[in-house]
Design a protein around this ligand. Structure first.
Ligand code: SAM
Ligand code: SF4
Length: 342
């Protein structure tokens, strides 16, 4: 008879907790759900100008399917945080309805978006129960923004960030992918932007997931370089490391904080607790995973909860120690970030 671990909910679904522990002892508590592979932007590192071959609508998980998977992962497998992403999650119709379905689960719920429709959606998302939001923005310059995204929509994104602040999302974070020779001259501008608007800017090292294969090791601007550039203007001190992937720093003058996600130069695979569900219902144990586990097929063939749990557990058991970006044996995933879910 199994020994009951941390009983957590009263539902008959989950009388016994079954944490998702891999072969390296890592316990998986952070779930990324991609709700669509489509996007209204065309960031060169993520999607080609002509777009990609979109997943047919019937192959997208329905909201009910997403909710069932999320509920089981939270209630039976101990997942504690859920982030909705994409593609661009706000292009999926009725996103606030899905937020409402997930907001009642005992897990922290967040959204990553390009921000372009937030002025229209922020209030509805907040009313549905969303509390935390990350907006991706790689340039504060109108022309460069248009070049990077192939959309002339910087004012909309800035207005979307203001809308997110106004409805009270806390925190509002701004994610900046730093690319050498592309936008690394804006690091200090972004730091200033974060301080002035009261948002947490998180700089992300460029990863080899780009659609146009522009990535190479030299295109990565390291955490060390980013922190040195900011610190020369706004002195920083490190905040004690938490389990979050971002290394956090505070401004010594009390001007807030800034983070760096050093996925390439200080990879955090040793403490990785992330699992992912793609928009077409594939379960992934790593952003860079080569194999996927078919949750959609299980759902649509009438699987009971134990059978779904078996898919999650097989995926987590198969998780590798970590990615090998920059090493000769590194294999680029066959899907881009927009298809996997960032
Ligand atoms: N469309 C939404 C957005 O842009 O925030 C959500 C999906 S997007 C794929 C999620 C995050 O992945 C964004 O912050 C984006 O900048 C980041 N991303 C995409 N490709 C990347 C790459 N090659 N390296 C680092 N970050 C990347
Ligand atoms: Fe769209 Fe986000 Fe990819 Fe840019 S990074 S193309 S906004 S999914």
């Amino acid at each position: 008879m199994p020994v009951p671990l941390r009983p957590r909910c009263a539902s008959t679904l989950c009388s016994v907790m079954r944490p998702l522990v891999d072969g390296f002892g890592r316990v998986h508590r952070d779930l990324r759900i991609s709700v669509t592979d489509r996007c209204n932007f065309r960031c060169g590192y993520c999607m080609p100008a002509e777009g990609l071959e979109w997943v047919p609508r019937d192959d997208l998980l329905t909201f009910e399917e997403i909710e069932r998977v999320a509920r089981l992962l939270v209630e039976r497998h101990g997942v504690e945080s859920i982030r909705l992403t994409g593609g661009e999650p706000t292009v999926r119709a009725n996103l606030p309805h899905l937020v409402g379905m997930l907001a009642g689960l005992p897990a922290d719920l967040a959204l990553t978006t390009n921000g372009s429709t937030l002025r229209l959606l922020a209030r509805r998302l907040a009313d549905a129960g969303l509390r935390r939001i990350n907006v991706s923005l790689d340039s504060l310059r109108t022309d460069r923004f248009a070049e990077l995204t192939l959309r002339d929509e910087l004012p909309k994104v800035l207005d979307g960030i203001d809308a997110a602040i106004e409805v009270g999302f806390d925190p509002v974070k701004v994610n900046v992918v730093v690319m050498r020779g592309v936008n690394d001259d804006e690091i200090v501008d972004f730091a200033r932007f974060g301080r002035e608007r009261g948002v947490v800017v998180r700089f992300i090292e460029f990863m080899p997931l780009d659609a146009d294969e522009a990535w190479n090791v030299r295109s990565v601007v390291s955490q060390e370089e980013i922190v040195a550039a900011i610190g020369a203007v706004f002195p920083l001190e490190a905040i004690e490391r938490t389990s979050a992937p971002a290394t956090r720093f505070r401004y010594t003058d009390g001007g807030g904080e800034v983070g760096v996600v050093a996925s390439v130069t200080r990879k955090f695979c040793d403490s990785c607790d992330r699992i992912r569900l793609t928009a077409d219902g594939q379960f992934r144990n790593c952003l860079f995973a080569v194999d996927e586990f078919d949750v959609k097929a299980a759902l649509r063939s009438g699987a009971v909860d134990d059978e779904l749990s078996a898919v999650f557990e097989a995926a987590v058991t198969a998780k590798w120690a970590g990615h090998g970006i920059g090493q000769v044996n590194f294999i680029r995933p066959s899907r881009s970030m927009s298809q996997i879910g960032g």
